[in-house]
Design a protein around this ligand. Structure first.
Ligand code: LMR
Length: 324
C-alpha cells in the first residue's frame, strides 16, 4: 500500500506522518509532500525509525505540479492536511478563501495521477472542501463517492474522551456516533446511544453536546494564536487512514464516522458511520433512533450544511473554468 500525506511538514502533517510511519503495515510506502522546502528532511528524519515503511519526501512551489504528481503517483490513499489553520475569533468557514484553491489543486493532481486513490480530507472547512473536491474529481471523470472522505473523526475521538471522563469508564469503551458535519452546530454527537446516557440530566446532555461542538475552538483559544488542534487531529487522521487501509486490504467489520456523499436524505454530504471495504467505504450505517433534542440539532444543522456544501461546489465550478 502507498499512502501520501499532503501538507506533511505542517503541524498536523508531521505527527500524522510519524503515526503512519509507525502504524502502516510492513512493506508500505509513505510519500510526503509539502510546499515547505524542508519536506525531504522530514522524510529523511522519519526514515531512521526502524519500521518497514519506505518514506520519500517531495517539495515545490504551489503552482509546480511535478513534485505533487510525483508524490501522489500510484497511491492507494491520500491524506490531505495542507492549508492554513484558524486563529482565535475565526470560524472554520473563514479559512475557505485560502484553503479552497489548495484543495482544488491537490485533488486535481491526484485525479490525474492516481484516479482510484481514496482521498481523506482534513483541511478545513471540511464541510465545504469535500464537496469542492468531488466537483474537481467529477470534472476529471474519476469521481467515486466511495473513495472521498471528510475526516470528521476528531469529533468522535473527543466524544470518546469527554464521555469516558463523564462516566468514569475507559475512553476506549465509549462507542459513539457523531453525525452531521465538522463545524459548530453541524457536529451532532448522538449521546442517547451511549451506555450510561440515562444517568445524564438534560443540563449535562446540553453541556457535553456544546463542549463537543466547540472543542476545536477550545484548542484554538488555548493555543492563543498559534493555530488549532494538530496532535489530536493527527491521531484522528492516522486512525482514520489506517481504517481505510484495513478496508482496502480486505479486513471486515471496520467502521468510523466520516463526512461522505452517502445518500443521506438530510444533506448530500453528511457525516455518518461508514464501514470500509476493498473500494473505499462500502456502507453507510443507519444512525437509528434519536431523541427529540438530537432531532432538533439535526434540523438546525441542515441550513448550515447546505450553505457550506453550496460554497464548495460553486468555488470548484469557478476554479475549473480557469484551471485545465
Ligand atoms: C478541529 O476540530 O480541531 C479542527 O477542525 C481545527 C479547527 O479549526 O477547529
Amino acid at each position: 500500500m502507498k499512502v501520501a500525506v499532503l501538507g506533511a511538514a505542517g503541524g498536523i502533517g508531521q505527527p500524522l506522518s510519524l503515526l503512519l510511519k509507525n502504524g502502516l503495515p510492513s512493506g508500505s510506502q509513505l510519500s510526503l509532500y509539502d510546499v515547505a522546502p524542508f519536506t525531504p528532511g522530514v522524510a529523511k528524519d522519519l526514515s531512521h525509525i526502524p519500521t518497514d515503511v519506505a518514506v520519500e519526501g517531495f517539495t515545490g512551489a504551489p503552482d509546480d505540479a511535478a513534485p505533487v504528481q510525483q508524490a501522489v503517483k500510484d497511491i492507494d490513499v491520500a491524506v490531505i492536511s495542507a492549508g492554513v489553520a484558524r486563529k482565535p475569533g475565526m470560524t472554520r468557514a473563514d479559512l475557505f478563501n485560502i484553503n479552497a484553491s489548495i484543495i482544488a489543486n491537490l485533488v486535481n493532481n491526484i485525479a490525474k495521477t492516481s484516479p482510484k486513490a481514496c482521498i481523506c480530507i482534513i483541511t478545513n472547512p471540511v464541510n465545504s472542501t469535500v464537496p469542492l473536491a468531488a466537483e474537481v474529481l467529477k470534472k476529471r471523470g474519476v469521481y467515486d463517492p466511495h473513495r472521498l472522505f471528510g475526516v470528521s473523526a476528531l469529533d468522535t475521538l473527543r466524544s470518546e474522551t469527554f464521555l469516558g471522563e463523564e462516566f468514569k469508564v475507559p475512553k476506549s469503551s465509549i462507542n459513539i456516533n457523531v453525525i452531521g458535519g465538522h463545524s459548530g452546530v453541524t457536529i451532532i454527537p448522538l449521546l442517547s446511544q451511549v451506555k450510561g446516557f440515562e444517568s445524564l440530566s438534560q443540563e449535562r446532555i446540553e453541556a457535553l453536546t456544546n463542549r463537543i461542538q466547540n472543542a476545536g475552538t477550545e484548542v484554538v483559544e488555548a493555543k492563543a494564536g498559534a493555530g488549532s488542534a494538530t496532535l489530536s487531529m493527527a491521531a484522528a487522521g492516522a486512525r482514520f487512514a489506517l481504517k481505510v487501509l484495513d478496508g482496502l486490504l480486505g479486513k471486515s467489520g471496520v467502521t468510523e464516522n466520516a463526512y461522505v456523499e452517502g445518500g443521506s436524505p438530510l444533506a448530500p454530504f453528511f457525516a455518518q458511520r461508514v464501514s470500509f471495504g476493498k473500494n473505499g467505504w462500502d456502507k453507510v450505517l443507519d444512525y437509528g433512533k434519536v431523541t427529540d433534542y438530537e432531532q432538533k440539532l439535526i434540523d438546525a444543522a441542515k441550513a448550515t450544511l447546505d450553505g457550506d456544501i453550496k460554497k464548495g461546489v460553486e468555488f470548484a465550478q469557478e476554479w475549473l473554468k480557469t484551471n485545465a
